[in-house]
Structures are given as C-alpha cells and as structure tokens.
Design a protein around this ligand. Structure first.
Ligand SMILES: Nc1ncnc2c1ncn2[C@@H]1O[C@H](COP(=O)(O)OP(=O)(O)OP(=O)(O)O)[C@@H](O)[C@H]1O
Length: 241
C-alpha cells in the first residue's frame, strides 16, 4: 500500500535523517517502527504520509507516485487517502465526538452523513458516547475518537505516531487491541511509531531504524523479543560511536 524506494531525507543543517531507506508496507498489515531517539522514525512517517518530501528516492502510496506532486495535490491526497493519529489527541474541545469525527468530511466540503460518522464511531466502540465532548471522555476514549476521525474518510493507510504515549498501560492496551482489530477485521493498513515493546508486539512486523537506516526487522514479534532487539541495537550503536 505504501512503498519507499531509496528514500533519503537530508535537512539543510546537514543531518541525514533517512539514508536510502527501501521498505514496503503491504495492504492490511500492521507495522511498528522502532529505534533510538533521533534514528529517523518520525521522518520516515512524515515522508511516507506525504507530509515531508524526500531529498532523493520515491514514495508510492496506493499506486500513486508522490514525487513531483504539487502541494495542492499532496494536500488532497493526505486529506482523502491518509489518516494520522498522534500522541496528543488533538480533538476540538467545543465539538462533540460525532462532530470531531465528521470534521475531515466537512473540511473536504462534504456533508458528513450520519451513517458514515456513526460507522467510524462504531468501529472504535464509542457510538454511545457520540454526543459527549472531549472533556467528558477518558484519555483512551479521546484517542479512540481521534482514531475514528482518522478513519472516517476511509484512508488507504493509518499512520500513528506514539498513539499510546499519553495513556496508562491498561488504556494503551485497549487502543492497541483496537488497532489490531482494524487490521484483522477491516483490512486496514497501519504504520505506527512507538518506543514501547509491548505496543510494538501488537504489530505483524517491527522495523528497527538506527541512524536513518533499517537495521533489522522482526516478524510476529513478542514484547520480549522486541526488547531484546532494542537492547542489541543500543549496544551496536554504542560500539559504532
Ligand atoms: N526539521 C528538521 N531540521 C533539521 N533536523 C531535523 C529536522 N527534523 C528532524 N531532524 C533531525 O533528523 C534526525 C531524525 O529525527 P526524527 O525526528 O525523525 O527521529 P525520531 O527517531 O523520530 O526521534 P524521537 O524518537 O526522538 O522522536 C534527528 O537527528 C533530528 O534532529
């Protein structure tokens, strides 16, 4: 569903955040991206989502080459084909859950049909809270509203940057279970950046980044195996330094 082909992102300050990264995120799979601070995880997500432009290489999303797309075309593509969830839920406090979820459709100039919005709320198990404002919801519930908002346009890919970072363990686990269900039951494609081995274990595959390069991957990960790999990466990075 998303392919990066030799993607390099070099910043004007000389930092190479991504160094010729080639990777594919197939449809209906859940991938976790891990690595030490500064290894390029967020940059990878931003390039894959068309929020940032690679210095070199090619990103293809749902069959469309993003290279050379105008800002306007990229904006439309992001609006219609990509869902994004962040650590901070970024809900509008004055709007109800239903209104927050309908917002991307309104911004796209579409009238949010109640059916579409309610389907997204049902998918995250919050239809009974549709009339509540964010302050009337728990952190986990707010994140689930944010996920429903990201899903309402039927995106080709859902990108999540530390989606459980602001949640306690039990609530985080609920959100991860929800992401897993979206993949298993709805064939959603998900790419998630996380620091947490337990969160990464919800994915089908973990990609490890160091210094802007893919240092390895782990299929059908367990939290222990992920933690062991991370320790190995840290040791390898120390040796390299
Ligand atoms: N806009 C920018 N300008 C210059 N350098 C940047 C910019 N954004 C990121 N970097 C640098 O690129 C490298 C990769 O950053 P990135 O945010 O992708 O790492 P990360 O793995 O997501 O880190 P963290 O886990 O701390 O969020 C870092 O060295 C960072 O300082």
């Amino acid at each position: 569903m998303v392919e990066l082909d030799a993607v390099t992102r070099r910043f004007p300050n000389g930092v190479t955040a991504l160094d010729a990264v080639t990777v594919a995120f197939p449809a209906g799979t859940f991938t976790a991206v891990m690595g030490p601070s500064g290894s390029g995880k967020s940059t990878l997500l931003q390039c894959a989502a068309g929020l940032d432009r690679p210095t070199a290489g090619r990103v293809t999303l749902a069959g469309q080459d993003l290279t050379g797309l105008s800002e306007r075309r990229l904006t439309l593509l992001r609006r219609d084909r990509i869902g994004f969830v962040f650590q901070a839920f970024n809900l509008l406090p004055a709007l109800t859950a239903r209104q927050n979820v309908g917002l991307p459709l309104r911004l796209a100039g579409r009238r949010p049909g109640q059916g579409t919005v309610d389907r997204a709320l049902t998918a995250v198990g919050l239809l009974d809270r549709a009339g509540h404002r964010p302050h009337e919801l728990s952190g986990g519930q707010q994140q689930r509203v944010a996920i429903a908002r990201a899903l309402v346009t039927g995106p080709a890919v859902l990108f999540a940057d530390e989606p459980t970072g602001a949640l306690d363990r039990a609530t985080g686990r609920d959100v991860l279970r929800l992401l897993r269900t979206l993949v298993d039951a709805h064939h959603q494609t998900i790419v998630m950046v996380t620091h947490d081995p337990v969160a990464a274990a919800a994915a089908d595959r973990v990609l490890f980044l160091t210094d802007g390069r893919i240092a390895g991957s782990l299929d059908t990960p367990t939290a222990d195996a992920v933690a062991a790999s991370m320790t190995g990466l840290g040791a390898a990075a120390e040796v390299a330094a």
